[in-house]
Design a protein around this ligand. Sequence first.
Ligand code: IPD
Ligand code: CA
Ligand code: CA
Ligand code: CA
Length: 263
Amino acid sequence: MQAIAVRVAEEAADLVRQAREAMLTGEPVQVDTKSTETDVVTAVDRASERLIRRRLAELRPGDGVLGEEEGGPAGGDGVTWVVDPIDGTVNFLYGLPGFAVSVAAQVDGASVAGAVVEPASGRCWTAVRGQGAWLDGRRLHVSAPPRLDLTLVGTGFSYDPARRARQAKVVAELVPRVRDIRRAGAASLDLCAVAAGWLDAYAEHGLHRWDWAAGALIAAEAGALVTLPGEDPELGEDVTFAAAPSIAEPLRALLIELGLPEA
Ligand code: IPD
Ligand code: CA
Ligand code: CA
Ligand code: CA
């Protein structure tokens, strides 16, 4: 299943990379909006998901597929593939390199294998439950920050304006308590960054299953403490949290104190 996740994610990443190159030379791309004016989807997001669905139907006929742009069952019997055809669409649209194709295989709602491929760099992140996480074949391990005030924290903001305002308040109070904050623009890559020690922790309110399905497994298999939406009653239904074990508990407590679960 890992090999299939890698294969289809890399094929889709090739498509997205070529589309990016065309865009950067001035070719227009079709853009539509979804929940708000700033929640965008491009023709390339849709084409990437179509390709992944077609390849999964060939390689794993009978499995379920849940994708951001076409929906699908969240669970069911057997294997469900959970797909974000471009994670970081706003970066993609602006020509920034921080976007990825994310593909995970889930059984009973839990990820068992996953791949995150970053078209602009060609990096391929992957993990298998119980076996570890890798970046381009190199085994990954999380960082070990000694204290919360020396912790680099990644986060992101949902598209809903009211929720963004609440998230901004949490961030404003968090900034002076940690080393710094990063908002890179793709949840899957934020989770991979925790896996590699490029971030010490990551927390976001309001992710969807396709945002975290592969990245959370990669972070967990690299040794991060990971809490998925609904798993921790105090973090609530909407918070995704991944952190190096050395600072996980104080950071979790601080995020609860600052109100991230209600953001
Ligand atoms: C978004 C990105 C972003 C995160 C948002 C997601 P999309 O996904 O992962 O970093 O902050 O919550 O919705 O829409 O670019 O696939
Ligand atoms: Ca989207
Ligand atoms: Ca996403
Ligand atoms: Ca997406």
